[in-house]
Design a binder for this molecule. Sequence first.
Ligand code: SAH
Length: 219
Amino acid sequence: MKSEQLGIGMTSQRARNRLVAKLREMGIRSETVLELIRTVPRHLFVDEALSSRAYENTALPIGHGQTISQPFVVAQMTEVLLTTGPLQSVLEIGAGCGYQSAILARLVSKVYAIERLATLANKLRSRLHKLDLGNVRVRHGDGRLGWPEMAPFDAILVAAASVDIPQSLLSQLNIGGRLVIPVGAVGAQDLMLLTRTSEGFTEERLDRVSFVPLLEGTG
Ligand code: SAH
């Protein structure tokens, strides 16, 4: 009973509204995205011990040296994909705890999520199942290679920083498809948006960001 009461406090509407107000202040404009941030239960994606901080605008540890992304960054990447073209089929790389997957699942018909750590990938499958998010397929693998069998995608979202832009990801985009990816070494990363056109690719720098590294192989 006590923990239930605590639970209500920790996950309260007030904390969620405060987070939404903060993201609005920081420049997120899409009401659809803000509503998803308000309604998707971020506290269910972190350890119970951290759930009182789930609606703060910060990254939090999820074990294995990895983090759940900062809500602002999740909102920013989602907003950019939503406002730049059609969004039906999305490849997500570095799914981690699955918070970003859950947000995408509420927006698009098909989410293909890749995670390189087996423990996280397995946890993710059962969490998405519990939340009834049947339109997310999870693969344990190296996301740098993409998911060729399911390509082409309207968008590819990478949630770990890469020193280069993996060519295999670019080749798995539709014409008009977008890749949003943090590029650079620890401490000096840019969030980049690449768009595939009939002639090639256009490139735009969106922001300075801080992500865990995109690693080769699986674990
Ligand atoms: N999307 C998550 C953030 C996860 S942090 C969220 O919603 O909060 C980044 C994740 O990328 C980690 O879980 C890490 O294990 C994973 N990762 C790193 N390199 C990868 C690779 N090559 N392929 C797939 N996942 C990778």
